[in-house]
Write a protein that binds this ligand. Structure first.
Ligand SMILES: [Zn+2]
Length: 270
């Protein structure tokens, strides 16, 4: 048996798994992503998470055949670096993540962009494994997308799949990218939270922030949105419906253009 490790590096949490050669999960572990410090602190937390997952699988990390990482930011697998991972602490520049993890844990480390590796996984093993083309939409803090066309990942010149920045309303809400009316400005968890805060300050009733405090969080995680929906919270319901309409408009436009066989919607909010 050859066991391998995988790490999903997110702005909120780090999740690690150890799988066997049939992709069965042998052990897993998660911990919060450090909010302070810099890339080395994040890399140390990633290494610890892999050690815990390996322990749960009854293995030493050094026994793994390799470790794959899905990371936000600009990922260069050849150089082993991640650059401008802006929702991670102090990570504006370039950091040699592959060398750092590999010297801490032993095995070789390969890096990929989080959205693209998630799309590849859905295509190889998941909901699109019998399809020849796929649009993956990952609905979380922002809205990311990945494409597989005719069995091959489509990266464009490196930036394809940015479905979150498709305009769904001309002259609409401000987006973090500086433009207006992007899908992400309505559907991204971060944008939804800003809108919820403004509406709450303007007097709209909602339990969203009460639930957040009760759970000791400092932002509206997808779990908090789920809880508010269950309680039929009016503001939460209307913002989620607005997000779904924006997603629907963007995804439908993308399908009109590309005519993909399968669309997978995932991510924390998905
Ligand atoms: Zn945008």
């Amino acid at each position: 048996m050859s066991a391998r490790g995988g790490i999903d590096l997110g702005g909120t949490k780090i999740q690690a798994v150890v799988v066997d050669d049939k992709h069965e999960v042998l052990g897993d572990s998660r911990r919060p992503t450090p909010h302070e410090g810099g890339p080395q602190d994040v890399a140390d937390a990633m290494a610890e998470t892999v050690r815990d997952a390996a322990k749960a699988a009854g293995l030493e990390p050094g026994a793994l055949a390799g470790i794959g990482v899905g990371s936000p930011g600009a990922v260069d697998d050849g150089a082993g670096t991640v650059t401008s991972a802006r929702n991670l602490p102090g990570w504006e520049g370039s950091f040699d993540l592959a060398t750092s993890l590999s010297s801490a844990l032993g095995p070789i480390v390969r890096l990929g962009n989080d959205v693209q590796v998630a799309t590849d996984a859905e295509f190889a093993l998941g909901a699109a494994k019998d399809s020849s083309s796929l649009l993956g939409v990952f609905w979380g803090t922002g809205v990311g997308g990945g494409l597989v066309l005719d069995g091959e990942p489509w990266l464009g010149r490196g930036a394809a799949g940015e479905i979150g920045h498709m305009v769904v309303r001309r002259g609409g809400a401000h987006c973090t990218c500086g433009r207006r009316g992007c899908m992400e400005a309505y559907a991204g968890r971060a944008a939804m939270e800003i809108t919820a805060r403004h509406k709450h300050e303007d007097g709209a009733k909602t339990d969203l922030f009460k639930i957040m405090e009760k759970r000791g969080r400092d932002r509206l995680t997808s779990g908090i949105w789920a809880r508010a929906l269950k309680r039929e919270d009016k503001l939460a319901t209307s913002l989620i419906e607005r997000a779904v309409r924006a997603l629907g408009a963007g995804v439908a436009s993308a399908v009109n253009l590309l005519d993909v066989e399968t669309v997978v919607i995932g991510g924390g909010m998905g």
